[in-house]
Design a protein around this ligand. Structure first.
Ligand code: NAG
Ligand code: NAG
Length: 328
């Protein structure tokens, strides 16, 4: 037993060392010198494509010559996004889809498969936030956020993965958040739904590897606060960088990551450092750090999505909502 394990152990050890060296070397190669996939003529489906990151992503994929399929719940935004892509001479198809509704996802998926074809690149992007203290969150809101930000990913995967498995080719992108790897404050419904999306993403990675479908690549996106309006008014105290991401730049970085089959996109880079620190620092030490960064109170000035049609957010934090209040 032990004799059989030893060679494997040595092999595993050397593989780890080699992959670490490989990753370090790769980090120093400028992106323009890296080999990139040709995704021209591939069908890309982006959920939540009417607005923000999703809309920017649709444009960047169209620039790569992809056939883009837009899903959004809001017909006005969807039509606007579609028109802007048509103006850029992209091949585009748009569907009004409520991803929080399982049946609607399956209905729209069948329509896409019949009218456009099988999806090669799936981008699970649609997301909503309520951002209230847990006790102020109506049960229905918690369910709605989970249905949109997490459960929807199950339904789209179940709809589009069978073809990818069959041909052992494809790409799945999960637009999560840096809070999907480490909590912030006052948005438990959003943060936990992002943790769920990350958990699904990571288990799918293992599953695909176990099923030897290594031709299907996966990219997890963990950005800080992006200026799309979703988190209007929210801000980290330090570094400000985390709360000033631009959706155009982020979309560009995501598409680059897809072209290079990159595994994770952390934006800004400091977000990656924060997640790693969370895992190695003693928790009081990390608490001190989050208090300083303002992660627990970043939503104090949250004004809600200016375009959100659901009941408006009424902000009523406890009067003593300071970073240190959390530690007590
Ligand atoms: C990329 O793929 C498309 C469609 O498969 C093909 O027409 C095109 O020539 C390819 N481009 C390059 C640079 O290989
Ligand atoms: C879509 O968004 C627009 C602009 O914010 C809003 O006026 C409209 O009511 C929304 N439509 C739906 C169906 O949510």
């Amino acid at each position: 037993m032990a004799a059989a394990l030893l060679p494997q152990l040595i092999w595993t050890f050397f593989s780890i060392v080699l992959y670490v060296i490989g990753a370090v070397c790769l980090a120093f190669i400028p992106k323009r010198f890296r080999t990139k996939k040709n995704i021209s003529k591939q069908i890309v489906l982006v959920t939540g494509a009417g607005h923000g990151i999703g809309r920017a992503l649709a444009h960047k994929f169209a620039q790569q010559g992809c056939i883009v399929v837009l899903w959004d719940i809001n017909e006005t935004w969807l039509e606007d996004a579609r028109e802007s892509l048509v103006l850029c001479r992209a091949t585009v198809h748009a569907y009004v889809c409520d991803v929080s509704d399982k049946d609607d996802v399956y209905r729209c998926a069948a329509l896409v498969q019949a009218e456009v074809g099988e999806v090669n690149i799936l981008v699970n992007n649609a997301g909503i936030v309520r951002a209230k203290y847990l006790l102020e969150l109506p049960d229905e809101d918690i369910l709605k956020v989970f249905r949109t930000n997490a459960f929807a990913h199950f339904w789209t995967l179940k709809a589009f993965l069978p073809y990818m498995m069959e041909v052992n080719h494809g790409h799945i992108v999960t637009v999560a958040s840096v809070v999907g790897k480490g909590a912030g404050g006052q948005a438990s419904e959003y943060i936990s739904s992002k943790f769920a999306a990350v958990g699904l993403h990571e288990s799918m990675e293992m599953e695909l590897r176990a099923l030897r479908r290594t031709g299907i690549h996966m990219t997890l996106v963990c950005p800080g606060l992006v200026r799309t309006g979703l988190f209007e008014g929210a801000e980290y105290r330090f570094p400000k960088l985390i709360s000033t991401l631009d959706s155009e730049q982020l979309a560009h970085d995501i598409v680059e990551a897809v072209l290079m089959n990159e595994h994770t996109v952390y934006k800004p880079f400091i977000a990656n450092v924060a997640v790693r620190l969370k895992n190695i620092l003693p928790h009081k030490a990390f608490d001190t750090l989050t208090d300083f960064s303002g992660a627990a109170t970043m939503l104090n000035n949250f004004r809600g999505h200016p375009l959100e049609t659901t009941p408006t957010f009424v902000k009523s934090p406890p009067a003593n909502a300071t970073p240190t209040a959390k530690a007590s």
